[in-house]
Design a protein around this ligand. Structure first.
Ligand code: IDP
Length: 151
């Protein structure tokens, strides 16, 4: 099923000049980038985005980290892409993330794990609506879709 996922490169990815490398992984996989926005997240948006963690001891540090500098928010589209992108991103703790995953290859610390990706269709819908207007999501066809998808 064609899905859209919300993916966000965190401030460390931008500061470490890793944006291009990380973006390339999604493109090389055959996924389609349908929205991109560089932005500074407000504390309010950060608290809403990570609301499920508000009672956790790391919550304030997480909000401080994610609002500390620019992030790159994206919507990525593809067949069953939500779980696929989570696999590509790897475990929350980069020390436990498999090599070959984004966190496994580029990060060392849970509090600096470089990327966020929606963990379910419900989260994806909620997160996309938090960060993007419908009009900011681009619907366009890919000329090579026959080479990516059998049908
Ligand atoms: P996820 O990003 O892999 O979905 P979540 O458990 O939803 O992981 O946690 C959200 C974010 O909160 C993580 O990506 C990480 O930045 C931060 N985080 C989670 N657990 C810890 C922790 O124990 N210490 C510091 N930061 C944490």
């Amino acid at each position: 099923m064609m899905e859209k996922s919300f993916v966000m490169m965190k401030p460390d990815t931008i500061q470490r000049r890793l944006m291009g490398k990380v973006l390339s992984r999604f493109e090389e996989k055959g996924l389609q980038i349908v929205a991109v926005k560089m932005m500074h997240i407000s504390p309010g948006l950060a608290q809403e985005h990570y609301g499920e963690h508000c009672e956790r001891p790391f919550f304030n540090d997480l909000v401080e980290y994610i609002t500390s500098s620019a992030v790159l928010a994206m919507v990525i589209q593809g067949d069953d892409c939500i779980s696929m992108i989570r696999k590509m991103v790897g475990a929350t703790n980069p020390k436990e993330a498999d090599l070959g995953t984004i966190r496994g290859d580029y990060a060392l610390d849970t509090g600096r794990n470089i990327i966020h990706a929606s963990d379910s269709p419900q989260s994806a819908e909620r997160e996309i609506a938090l960060f993007f207007q419908d009009s900011e999501i681009c619907d366009y066809s890919m000329p090579d879709s026959d080479l990516i998808y059998e049908e």
